[in-house]
Design a protein. Structure first.
Lengths: 218, 218
DNA sequence: ATACATTTTTAGACTTCTCTAAAAATCATT
DNA sequence: AATGATTTTTAGAGAAGTCTAAAAATGTAT
């Protein structure tokens, strides 16, 4: 059962949105993400539901079924493999890569993906640090690193903390950081080793004291 | 002005069909090539005409405009560059390559194509011997080789002959070979060096005496 | 040059994905 | 729990590309 370009995009974004919020993805959230209207989302979601790719109950949001999830993960796999190719072999810069990979990820040929994976040397992480699932959809164990030591430009997520005082915990909560929160490391000051991260479109400063106590995925 | 996947396919096939027959491409011929119905072709051709990509007069067939031709040639460029990549770097076999390249050719990013071209070392011919136009749409001068010496599997075309007797000329004519005729070299017998070529879906045998007197594009 | 066959076009309809506008359901606040 | 705000769904319609069936144009033979 082949999916259209559009259907694949819906599945991919449902996957990404439901990673954060364990609940069903709301119609509006999807509409915003896909730059379309809520009514279009409702229509498409019904179609995906008829194909058993999502679970959908009116007004309750959507989640992916097993099948839907497999497709979504496979698209992420393709996207990240192409990013590796574009950046490491074609010399694309970090930012330019995304739009092109966005198109390439919808090319459907198992043969192509497997050969590309081999050509690239079976990479486990893309150039932004995103983990690349294998052909069965299994993500690699993320390596853990202190935020303190992470390379600039990496997209990552909170894997753990090494300080458990109430003060620290509530500080993190206030910043919007908890286990699993995803963000991008933008800057690190040479002066005081404080870091700047991007989280949900917002830029946040973290002191070195905070950064050194957070484990993140590498 | 962006073209859809479908529009690009129409342009590409109009280009390929009009290379043979210097006249306008007929609706039916296009329909057959695109595995669609004549009525669909008429509709699409009107649309392309409105966009000034083809010249179209009712019942007179279509030809490409300058703009349409540029787009068609660019798609061929992309198709052949991807074929080089798939075959030389990913290790695809000669036949499997085509369908995948058919999808990749529609990815629109000048940046991507230029970088791919550079990565591949600015190849002038694809693995089947097809000439690859440069970024300005200019095809390379085809090298000439005797059919006698051409590699098996090459698609090529008649560039000239080295024997001009009436007997030879009328023999060629009967076989359907003339200047510019395109075909694929399929087999060469070890026994008598006769060759088997594929021309318009038909398989034809040529003796060594014939093959050695035909120049073809390499 | 007339009659028949073939090709091409038109007309109307269907699918996929989208939108706007309005109705229905849910949520939030007091 | 009632009101108002927000979210979501429905209804109807539009653009792109396709199809079938029928009409119009062209080509071909004698």
């Amino acid at each position: 059962m082949a999916q259209s370009f559009t259907e694949e995009n819906y599945l991919k974004h449902i996957y990404k949105l439901s990673k954060n919020s364990d609940k069903g993805v709301s119609t509006n959230a999807l509409a915003e993400r896909l730059e379309t209207k809520a009514s279009s989302v409702t229509d498409m979601v019904k179609k995906l539901s008829a194909k058993k790719l999502v679970n959908y109950q009116k007004y309750q949001g959507v989640t992916l079924t097993k099948k839907g999830q497999q497709i979504a993960v496979d698209i992420i796999r393709k996207h990240r493999l192409w990013e590796v190719f574009l950046q490491k072999h074609l010399g694309f810069g970090g930012e330019e890569v995304h739009d092109v990979a966005e198109e390439l990820e919808h090319i459907n040929s198992t043969e192509l993906v497997e050969r590309l994976d081999k050509f690239l040397g079976y990479p486990k992480y893309d150039p932004h640090g995103g983990p690349i699932p294998d052909s069965k959809g299994v993500f690699p164990e993320p390596k853990r690193v202190k935020l303190d030591e992470l390379e600039l430009g990496r997209s990552t997520k909170v894997m753990g903390i090494t300080e458990h005082s109430d003060a620290f915990l509530s500080h993190l909560k206030k910043l919007g950081l908890e286990l699993g929160t995803e963000f991008i490391l933008k800057e690190r000051s040479d002066f005081d080793r404080s870091v700047e991260i991007e989280l949900n479109e917002k830029t946040i400063q973290l002191s070195h004291d905070v950064a050194k106590n957070i484990f993140v995925a590498y």
